[in-house]
Ligand binder design. Structure first.
Ligand code: PLP
Length: 368
């Protein structure tokens, strides 16, 4: 048996007729960029989250960058980010000319360590970007209260956490806004690139609408310099089809995670992901830890099981950030975990027999 990390073709086949129809409609109406299909997706995506506004853009990185730009984050400002995240999170801060301040991860849930936030705040700090990493909501109560105390903006990076919930609220609606990615491998993936911002703040909404379209609300009248961050019509139409399945797919990911958890519970070589109380983890990734990570990864690959590393190098150790001082990047937990983490195959398409084969093979490895 071969187990892919992710099987996007299998998902497409399961909804092929609907998707093909939706693409045809866009082509026949020439609604190639922005337009009615994107608008419909924005309305549906906002509604499913009980959010007031949604602005669709052309990637998760664009969502983060546009947000920070319209919030006037600029040179001299500092923005607190986790070290353990995809590079796009600090990258968006740097693109505005501001400085990302890296915080270590919580040893239990791999998200930003909320106990370290307050000591990282100074007069230049403007915002915090918690990332709901792997699909598990960050500890938003603590983050929101420290942000309120110091008058900081909270921008949620929800790229891995579509429909994840923190105390009955969807992520993306807890802070000032939430930035989503629809990269094909994400829990809700386009067939290309895509992203969106959710917010309840009307001013932010209006400014984001302009920013994604060259600073205009009226054609050829540019109020400020923005960007071309518009979503294409085909992606909007495809996302509209896929959004209907997102609840079911999320439940299936959670079922797959509980089967992994159940079958791996007696395997002593590995640490299973922890699920925080009062929150709903949506398992973008199922990440285990083991001291024998590289050997296990190799063994699984030899048995045709493809795993991943999220992420092999924490952001603060990337070459792009070598200019930051050593004190600006003390993240020992993230550094240790980067050598121990392993992402097992995970998607809503994963079959029970595939999960069983993955588990059997892992157990075989530890039996030696
Ligand atoms: C995927 C991802 C992004 C970037 O999204 P793109 O759509 O690939 O630009 C940002 N943050 C996190 C945590 C991500 O996983």
């Amino acid at each position: 048996m071969k187990v892919n990390f992710l099987d996007l073709k299998r998902q497409y086949i399961s909804i092929k007729d609907e998707v093909d129809d939706a693409i045809q409609k866009v082509l026949l109406s020439s609604a190639f960029t922005s337009g009615p299909y994107v608008k419909e997706f924005e309305q549906n995506f906002a509604a499913i989250h009980h959010a007031k506004y949604c602005i669709a853009v052309n990637s998760g990185t664009a969502a983060l960058h546009a947000t920070l730009m319209v919030l006037n984050i600029q040179s001299g400002d500092e923005v607190i980010v986790p070290a353990n995240t995809f590079f796009a999170t600090p990258e968006a801060v740097s693109l505005c000319g501001a400085t990302p301040v890296f915080l270590d991860c919580d040893p239990m849930d791999y998200n930003i360590d909320v106990h370290k936030i307050e000591s990282a705040i100074n007069k230049n700090t403007k915002a915090i970007i918690p990332v709901h990493l792997y699909g598990q909501p960050a500890r938003m109560d603590d983050i929101l209260s420290v942000a309120k105390k110091h008058n900081l903006m909270v921008i949620e990076d929800c790229a891995q956490a579509h429909l994840a919930q923190y105390k009955d609220h969807f992520v993306g609606t807890l802070g000032l806004c939430g930035c989503f990615s629809f990269y094909p491998g994400k829990n809700l993936g386009a067939y290309g690139e895509g992203g969106a911002i959710l917010t309840n703040d009307e001013m932010l909404f209006q400014n984001l609408l302009k920013f994604r379209n060259h600073g205009t609300s009226q054609k050829y009248h540019h109020e400020f310099t923005g960007h071309n961050y518009r979503m294409t019509g085909i992606q909007g139409a495809i996302l509209n089809v896929k959004l209907k399945y997102l609840n079911t797919w999320t439940d299936q990911r959670r079922k797959n995670a509980s089967l992994y958890r159940q079958l791996l519970s007696d395997c002593h070589g590995i640490v299973l992901p922890n699920e925080n109380a009062n929150s709903k983890h949506v398992y973008h990734l199922f990440v285990i830890r083991t001291k024998q990570r590289d050997a296990l990864m190799k063994y699984l690959r030899e048995h045709k099981i493809i795993t991943g590393l999220h992420y092999p190098i924490p952001c603060h150790l990337q070459k792009a950030y070598q200019f930051l001082s050593k004190q600006q990047k003390i993240c020992p937990v993230s550094e240790r975990y980067a050598k121990e983490i392993l992402s097992l195959p995970m998607s809503e398409q994963l079959q029970i027999k595939e999960i069983e084969y993955v588990i059997e093979t892992i157990k075989e490895f530890y039996r030696g």
